[in-house]
Design a protein around this ligand. Structure first.
Ligand SMILES: CC/C=C\CC/C=C/CC(=O)SCCNC(=O)CCNC(=O)[C@H](O)C(C)(C)COP(=O)(O)OP(=O)(O)OC[C@H]1O[C@@H](n2cnc3c(N)ncnc32)[C@H](O)[C@@H]1OP(=O)(O)O
Length: 280
C-alpha cells in the first residue's frame, strides 16, 4: 500500500496519470503534458490473451478514445515477453459458450485497435508470437528490443492464421514475404523483422523504445487530427470491413478449425512441450 502511494505520488509529479482504475491485467496511464496514453499488458507469466485480458484491452482502448488521447503506446510490463499470443488453454478442449465469447472479443479488440483515430505504436519488449504479433501489426509503428522473436507461427501449432491476421501481415510486409513466413510459421529475430519491414526500429531496451515511440507520435502534433484519422480509416477500411461484414462466418470457421481432432491433438502436444520446456 505504501509502495503504491509512493508510486502514485511519483507518477503525479511527472505528469503521468493512471486511468482504468479497475483494470488488473492491463495498466493504462496518460501523460497529461503530451496526451499520450500507455497501455501495458500485465498478465503473468507471458501475457497470453485470454477472454479477461482481451476484455480489459478492449475497454482500455475505448477509455483512451474517450479521453481524447493524442496517441497510444502498447507494451508489456514483462521485459522478455510482449505477448505469447492467444491463450492456448482457451482453445484446447474448449467450453463452447466461452470459446465463442473469447473469439468474438478478439475480433472486437482487433477492430478497435486497427482503426483507432489516434496514432499507435507497439514497443515490443519481448517475444511476440501469433496473437502477440497481431497486436503489434495492428499498430502504425513497431519498435522492437533486440534479441527477441516475432511472427505468425500458427501453422507450426497445426492451426491456421485467419484471413484478418494474414491481411494485417500482408499490409505490412507484402504478399510474397507473408506467404513464405506464414506457411512456414516463421518466427523472425528482431534483426530479420527489421530487414523484412515487419518492424520499423530496433532499440536496446524498453526505455529507449518508449522515447522513440513518443517521438513518432510527436510527428503528428502539427497534422490536423481529423484529417489524419480519416486518412487512416480509409487506408485500413477494406481490411477491417472484410471482418466486420463476416464476423459470424469467421467465428464459425474458427470453431470448425479449432475443434478438429487433429488440431486438438496438436494443441495438446504443444501445451505439453511448453510445460516440459518450462520445467527444464
Ligand atoms: C480459422 C482460425 C483458426 C484458428 C486460429 C487460432 C489462432 C491462434 C493464434 C495464437 O496466438 S496461438 C498461440 C501461439 N503462441 C505461441 O506459440 C507461444 C507459445 N509460448 C512460447 O513460445 C513461450 O512461452 C514464450 C517465448 C512466449 C515465452 O517463453 P518463456 O518466457 O521461456 O516462458 P515459458 O515458455 O516457460 O512459459 C511460461 C508459462 O506460460 C505458458 N504459456 C506460454 N505460452 C502460452 C500460451 N500462448 N497460452 C497459454 N499458456 C502459455 C507455458 O506453458 C508455461 O506454463 P507453466 O504452467 O508450465 O508455467
Amino acid at each position: 500500500m505504501a509502495l503504491l502511494c509512493f508510486q502514485s505520488l511519483r507518477m503525479l509529479r511527472s505528469g503521468i496519470r493512471c486511468m482504468s482504475q479497475n483494470a488488473q491485467l492491463v495498466s493504462l496511464t496518460v501523460n497529461d503534458k503530451t496526451g499520450v496514453a500507455t497501455l501495458s499488458l500485465q498478465r503473468p507469466p507471458v501475457n497470453s490473451l485470454n477472454l479477461e485480458l482481451l476484455t480489459e484491452i478492449s475497454s482500455a482502448l475505448t477509455e483512451a478514445t474517450d479521453n481524447n488521447s493524442r496517441g497510444l503506446i502498447l507494451t508489456s510490463t514483462n521485459d522478455g515477453v510482449f505477448s505469447a499470443g492467444l491463450d492456448i488453454l482457451e482453445m484446447y478442449k474448449p467450453n463452447l459458450d466461452r470459446v465463442k465469447e473469447f473469439w468474438t472479443k478478439l475480433q472486437e479488440t482487433w477492430i478497435k485497435l486497427y482503426q483507432t483515430a489516434y496514432p499507435t505504436v507497439a514497443v515490443i519488449n519481448g517475444h511476440s508470437p501469433a496473437g502477440g504479433c497481431l497486436l503489434a501489426l495492428s499498430c502504425e509503428h513497431r519498435i522492437m528490443v533486440k534479441n527477441f522473436t516475432i511472427g505468425l507461427n500458427e501453422t507450426r501449432l497445426g492451426i491456421v492464421a485467419p484471413p484478418w491476421f494474414i491481411a494485417s501481415m500482408v499490409n505490412v510486409i507484402g504478399q510474397r514475404q507473408s506467404e513464405r513466413a506464414l506457411t512456414l510459421g516463421h518466427m523472425f529475430t528482431t534483426e530479420e523483422a527489421k530487414n523484412v519491414g515487419l518492424i520499423d526500429e530496433i532499440v536496446q531496451n524498453k526505455a529507449e523504445g518508449t522515447t522513440q515511440a513518443e517521438a513518432f507520435i510527436q510527428k503528428f502534433a502539427k497534422i490536423p487530427f481529423q484529417a489524419r484519422s480519416l486518412t487512416k480509416t480509409w487506408l485500413r477500411n477494406k481490411t477491417v470491413e472484410s471482418l466486420v461484414k463476416n464476423r459470424e462466418d469467421d467465428l464459425n470457421m474458427f470453431l470448425q478449425v479449432v475443434t478438429q481432432p487433429n488440431a486438438q491433438e496438436s494443441l495438446g502436444h504443444y501445451i505439453q512441450s511448453l510445460k516440459n520446456k518450462a520445467t527444464k
